[in-house]
Design a protein around this ligand. Sequence first.
Ligand code: SF4
Ligand code: SF4
Length: 239
Amino acid sequence: MNIMEYVQQLSDVCGVADLYHDRDELIKTYGDDICKYQYAIVIGHKMNEDIIEKIPLSYQDDEIAKEYLDEYYNSHQRAKKIAIKIADKIKQQNHNAIILDVAGDTDELNLKIPFSNKASAHIAGVGWIGKNNLLTTCEFGPRLTWVTILTDTPLADYVKNEMKSQCGDCQLCVNACPGDAIKNLDDPKLSYDPVKCGDYIMSRRDEGHPVACGMCLYICPYGNKKSAKILENKKKNLK
Ligand code: SF4
Ligand code: SF4
């Protein structure tokens, strides 16, 4: 079986980034090792829908908040298992494969800073980084966990261009964020304030609640059918 057929079988969303396309820029930021191999296979694994749908209740119910937090970590473990299977398959086909961990790092490479899985998914054209700073896909919104495999297996046929932001006029995450950490700006570097987000989550911890939020992940209309309907109706009323 072709390796990408195997990747498609195991993942919910997948793509391939050609790291040599922006080689100089990547090396400047992450160091030479990021381009040890030409391609990055990006795998998106869906988080549990039922648990995500309960996020609005998690602010009043610590058990639900804990369940979401557990799912956050468990989905990373599941994604990692998928990545291990794919890396093994690549190696069986006599190519090299290195898995980046959740934080975008690995002991096998000497990176200046971690190469985020979100960045590789964006380069691979499987989604865009939304106003909430989450990698967002048309199909499942931001309700996915990402993992990256760097490889020298030839994958030129699967490379796509970066996807432009599809946020448009939507500002559901801006309005819903309880930490006031998202602004209605197109550039996620400007729209998302990690300090405010962190402060809000830590304030929940200080009040004795689980360290979880996730409203921006829940509300995005690309993964949330109810939000999509609200947005659609709003657009109709504006016509
Ligand atoms: S995790 Fe919560 S506080 Fe942080 S940006 Fe998302 S909604 Fe706002
Ligand atoms: S909720 Fe709207 S603005 Fe926020 S990331 Fe999703 S599409 Fe973009």
